[in-house]
Design a protein. Structure first.
Length: 291
């Protein structure tokens, strides 16, 4: 039954995303892998967090589309996520879900040993840390761009044009906090609904994941901004700030692209992966220290 649910849910989301042009063809295939790997998990936290991340990120990506297109001519293309973007924002989460299923599928916390329950908590912390960072970064990028105030570069605190990698704004930081908090709150609700008995018996520790989500989300977004300011190049081209320009594109521009900040070391997708995996690792380390 769970397998049928996973297939139907994943197929529905992929079809809707294709119709709304939120995903490209390759993006839909990658999303199918992430969706099936996650929705087949008997712990509803994994599916709930993925759904909330996907729906909220898709909404904010399309929000004020015209205004974003005026600021960034490449917005329309970027709004359709390809397979690289999907896996960067969901691949690691899918792997965590698979690891959880392999070890604990169909088992109740009350029937697990203390060490097994610690591993369950560790995987949950890592999962929340990963998606809190992904959600926070997406919310900050999509909402921070619309801020009436110019952002400041995280390394120098000097104002930079909107869209510059490494730029942070008050609205962007608040959006990061809110995005991470929503991921944590989703995990809280899902766990309390499914494992209320385990909480009452003390088999699962009562952890305020909404607070952890906001912490990990804000931290992950700042890590992303720091990487963007130092290891990702931002260019000024015809009064617009762009990034991820390849060698051939730079040659075609023939000097019209002026480096604003950063170095051409990491692409935007690579920055996202490093930031989210780093946040996940920090979450896991904190879990080990606390428990």
């Amino acid at each position: 039954m769970r397998t049928y649910f996973a297939i139907l849910l994943t197929a529905a989301l992929c079809l809707v995303s294709l119709r709304r042009q939120s995903l490209s063809g390759s993006g839909a295939l990658a999303a199918a892998f992430v969706g099936l790997s996650t929705a087949s998990n008997d712990n509803i936290l994994f599916t709930a967090v993925l759904l909330v991340f996907f729906v909220s990120s898709s909404y904010w990506t399309k929000y004020q589309a015209r205004a974003k297109a005026r600021l960034d001519p490449s917005y329309a293309k970027a709004a359709r996520r390809n397979w690289k973007q999907v896996l960067c924002n969901g691949g690691v989460g899918a792997v965590i879900s698979i690891v959880y299923q392999y070890n604990f599928d169909g088992r109740r916390p009350e029937d697990m040993s203390l060490e097994e329950r610690k591993l369950v908590t560790l995987l949950i912390w890592g999962y929340i840390g990963f998606y809190a960072c992904c959600a926070a970064d997406t919310w900050a990028s999509e909402l921070g761009t619309l801020s009436s105030d110019w952002p400041v570069l995280i390394t120098t605190l000097k104002q930079v044009p909107p869209g510059t990698n490494g730029g942070v704004s008050k609205l962007g930081i608040l959006a990061s906090f809110a995005g991470g908090a929503l991921i944590g709150l989703t995990a809280d609700v899902a766990l309390w609904i499914q494992y209320f008995g385990a909480y009452r018996s003390g088999a699962l520790p009562k952890i305020p994941y909404n607070m952890l989500g906001s912490l990990f989300g804000t931290l992950g977004s700042l890590i992303d901004s720091l990487l963007g300011a130092t290891a990702q190049a931002s260019y000024a081209v015809e009064k617009h700030v762009v990034s991820d320009l390849g060698v051939s594109e730079l040659r075609q521009l023939k000097g019209a692209a002026v480096l604003v900040v950063g170095r051409d070391i990491l692409s935007n997708n690579m920055v996202n992966v490093v930031a989210s995996v780093s946040t996940m690792a920090i979450a896991i380390v904190l879990q080990v220290i606390v428990f």
